[in-house]
Design a binder for this molecule. Structure first.
Ligand code: PRP
Ligand code: MN
Ligand code: MG
Length: 181
């Protein structure tokens, strides 16, 4: 669970408090909704979705889509493969992501979702890096604004690793040839 290369930035306790707050706000704002379709974006959002839905007091359907832009590197490849076979027509959709960075991933997903004619689409992210935004995308629900540092843990990864950490951390000495991150 501990990893000497990862410096803790947001503790598991702070995450838990914030996730509960987000769940309570979502529950309040969707209180008239008969069924909320919570859609998590794999892989990074798996842990956040699992914790968040425990605090949503509205009947939910829960599903996941696959979207990946980073591959094994530390920078977005600039293209996203979105695979969605969920039937969201007529549904109130809450898209849940671990992190909003350039906005490319969510921009592409929202574009695909719009074609499927949902009743509404809102975005919930645990982490937001507003300084990095290159695509017009705002999340209605944001856990934490963070600076432009490469984070891992609580679902987020570097080359597929560190997703299991219960906290968010900075990678202090990544295998990047010593490049500062
Ligand atoms: C990461 C993260 C978000 C996206 C954010 O996913 O989980 O989905 O990048 O970056 P963006 O706003 O610049 O698009 P990644 O592509 O690493 O795939 P993963 O979730 O499988 O790790
Ligand atoms: Mn992702
Ligand atoms: Mg990733």
């Amino acid at each position: 669970m501990q990893d000497g290369r990862v410096k803790e930035y947001i503790s598991a306790e702070r995450i838990a408090v914030r996730v509960r707050e987000l769940g309570e706000r979502i529950s309040d704002e969707y209180r008239e909704t008969s069924l909320l379709y919570v859609v998590g974006v794999l892989d990074g959002a798996f842990m956040f979705v699992a914790d968040l839905v425990r605090h949503i007091q509205v009947p939910c359907r829960i599903g996941f889509i696959e979207a990946s832009s980073y591959g094994s590197g530390m920078r977005s490849r600039g293209q996203v493969d979105v695979r969605c076979n969920l039937d969201i027509a007529g549904c109130d959709v809450l898209l849940v992501e671990d992190i909003l960075d350039t906005g490319l991933t969510l921009h592409e997903i929202v574009g695909e979702f719009d074609k499927l004619q949902p009743a509404s689409v809102q975005v919930c992210v645990l982490l937001d890096k507003p300084s990095q935004r290159r695509y017009p995308l705002e999340a209605r629900y944001v856990g934490f604004d963070i600076p432009d540092r490469f984070v891992v843990g609580y679902g987020t990864d570097f080359d597929g690793r560190y997703r299991e950490l219960p906290y968010i951390g900075y990678l202090e000495n990544p295998d990047t040839g010593g490049r500062e991150v």
